[in-house]
Design a protein around this ligand. Structure first.
Ligand code: GRF
Length: 194
């Protein structure tokens, strides 16, 4: 079977992107990385790993989110992309884009969803006195961080943990979880799944 042609959308350092590229096997192949920030360090990482890195700056589009997304969509279609993985992509996508890619759009979120959608997940887990924390890979739907869960990784919160120590440990979990979930999901789709 042919691996699913996959694009990754980033905005920054791209450590999850790197994990996805380095782990790619026979179910998905990363053919494109797009950043909405031209100075994202992850773009150079992608290029160094032999993957096309494309900057599509959101700023010239101003408040017209859909025009920015049409440019992203055109780049994805021009490369026959079949799966899109968000990895630290800091733009909220409009319902138009999400509907167009529904079932083919995956995200990683640094909390055990449905707990703590949105931002400040590590601080909120600490403030709540949670005993455990982790990350979630999920399908993207119009409601933020609420789509079908594809996988989770969990870890204990330790005495003395801070948002920073939690972020560092969760990130390690993310790097293992995301490639596994993306490969499983690509495999499911290769077998004619959703
Ligand atoms: C990760 O913690 C991810 O869960 C969140 O943003 C961070 C991105 O980090 N959505 P990186 O760019 O993959 O290093």
């Amino acid at each position: 079977m042919t691996p699913k042609r996959t694009a990754i959308l980033i905005s920054g350092r791209g450590s999850n992107m790197r994990a996805l590229i380095e782990a790619e096997q026979d179910t998905y192949e990363v053919v494109l990385v797009i950043s909405n920030r031209p100075d994202a360090p992850g773009l150079d990482v992608a290029r160094a790993l032999g993957v096309e890195g494309l900057a599509i700056d959101h700023k010239p589009f101003g408040a017209d989110r859909e025009a920015f997304e049409r440019a992203v969509d055109a780049a994805l279609r021009a490369r026959d992309v079949e799966l899109v993985a968000l990895a630290g992509f800091m733009r909220v996508l409009t319902p138009t884009f999400v509907r167009r890619w529904q079932g083919r759009l995956v995200n990683i979120h640094p909390s055990l969803l449905p707990k703590y959608p949105g931002t400040r997940t590590h601080a909120r887990a600490l403030e709540a006195g949670d005993a455990e924390h982790g990350c979630t890979v999920h399908l993207v739907t119009e409601e933020i961080d609420a789509g079908e869960i594809l996988g989770q990784a969990r870890m204990p919160i330790l005495a003395g943990d801070t948002p920073e120590t939690l972020a560092a440990r969760v990130l390690q979990l993310e790097h293992a979880l995301y490639p596994r979930c993306l490969a499983d999901y690509a495999c499911e789709r290769l077998r004619g799944g959703p």
